[in-house]
Design a protein around this ligand. Structure first.
Ligand SMILES: NC(=O)c1ccc[n+]([C@@H]2O[C@H](COP(=O)([O-])OP(=O)(O)OC[C@H]3O[C@@H](n4cnc5c(N)ncnc54)[C@H](OP(=O)(O)O)[C@@H]3O)[C@@H](O)[C@H]2O)c1
Length: 277
């Protein structure tokens, strides 16, 4: 391989990628990068006004980009979205399931023991992260299965590898996302096509809206004890930036990872490698 062939591998001209939760911090960054690499990108989110803001960040539109309404927990809205995307781009080559998150009411703390956690919030968190990955994969993955070729990327978490304190529902749900990634990689390769790959990335700690309240003080912005503890256990001693995920995501979508399926790739500044001593 030479430099021209390597560069070609990251040219996604004619390929289209759906990003669920594409208006969010991590999904939005992926959308911008993919459009810059010539992909056609569908930013799917339940908040289309926020998604429109991502569009404004894309200055050089090499690939096409559309914003599509879709709630990852409502199959009918995903079916509608699939129709719009296929009408616009003709096909779906990649799916990145970034919609997910946590809720304070499903998190233990000084004022909330495990026994007092809200059942409704726990159910919400498990549904959003697990079913919110499975349902879009049924809808968009079916299109990929019909085309016999494509790449699906899920977003797991450090909480899946070894459960983190406090975030009980989130840890359980992300562990299930890891399991589902492995399950589906096998199913797709054996039952649909060996050219359909399913992998996940497992981000370490990225300071975004969904975990800011756990890592920094609401009033002062100073690190919480938990935020400090995370940095102490991250050999690179910093939080991740959304762009830290891009190399892995582009690689997993590209033909350079043609023989890679069923992996969960940590992108964590060394957190998962460090024994803490
Ligand atoms: N940030 C981290 O450190 C970190 C670490 C490990 C894993 N992750 C995972 O990475 C993914 C992205 O995280 P992020 O930090 O970018 O979070 P984020 O900024 O909150 O982005 C998530 C996006 O998903 C959307 N969403 C939520 N529920 C939805 C639904 N039912 N249907 C469609 N869209 C929905 C959100 O919209 P609303 O704003 O309307 O809710 C938001 O735009 C999540 O799966 C998260 O668990 C994050």
């Amino acid at each position: 391989m030479n430099l021209a062939e390597l560069t070609q591998s990251y040219d996604f001209s004619g390929k289209s990628v759906v990003i669920t939760g594409g208006a969010g911090s991590l999904g939005g960054e992926m959308a911008c990068a993919l459009v810059g690499c010539n992909a056609n990108v569908a930013i799917l989110d339940r908040d289309t006004a926020l998604a429109e803001r991502v569009l404004k960040r894309i200055d050089t539109k090499v690939g096409q980009v559309i914003v599509v309404y879709g709630d990852v927990l409502k199959a009918d809205s995903l079916e509608q979205a699939r129709k719009v995307i296929v009408e616009s781009f003709g096909r779906i080559d990649g799916l990145i399931n970034t919609a997910g998150g946590n809720r304070p009411e499903a998190t233990t703390g000084p004022d909330r023991s495990f026994f007092e956690l809200s059942d409704e919030a726990l159910r919400f968190v498990v549904d959003l992260n697990l079913l919110g990955t499975i349902l879009p994969t049924k809808v968009f993955g079916k299109q990929i299965a019909e085309q016999k070729e494509g790449s699906i990327i899920n977003i797991s978490s450090m909480a899946a590898l070894r459960p983190l304190t406090r975030v009980v529902g989130y840890s359980a749900a992300k562990a299930a996302v890891t399991n589902f990634t492995q399950w589906l990689s096998t199913y797709m390769a054996r039952e649909c096509s060996p050219k359909i790959r399913v992998n996940a990335v497992s981000p370490g700690f990225f300071l975004t809206d969904q975990n800011r309240y756990l890592l920094t003080d609401r009033d002062t912005g100073a690190l919480t004890q938990r935020g400090q503890s995370i940095l102490d256990h991250t050999p690179m001693r910093r939080f991740g930036q959304p762009e830290d995920l891009l190399g892995a995501v582009l690689w997993l979508l590209s033909p350079l990872s043609a023989f890679v399926t069923g992996i969960v790739l940590p992108i964590d500044g060394g957190f998962s490698a460090f024994g803490g001593v």
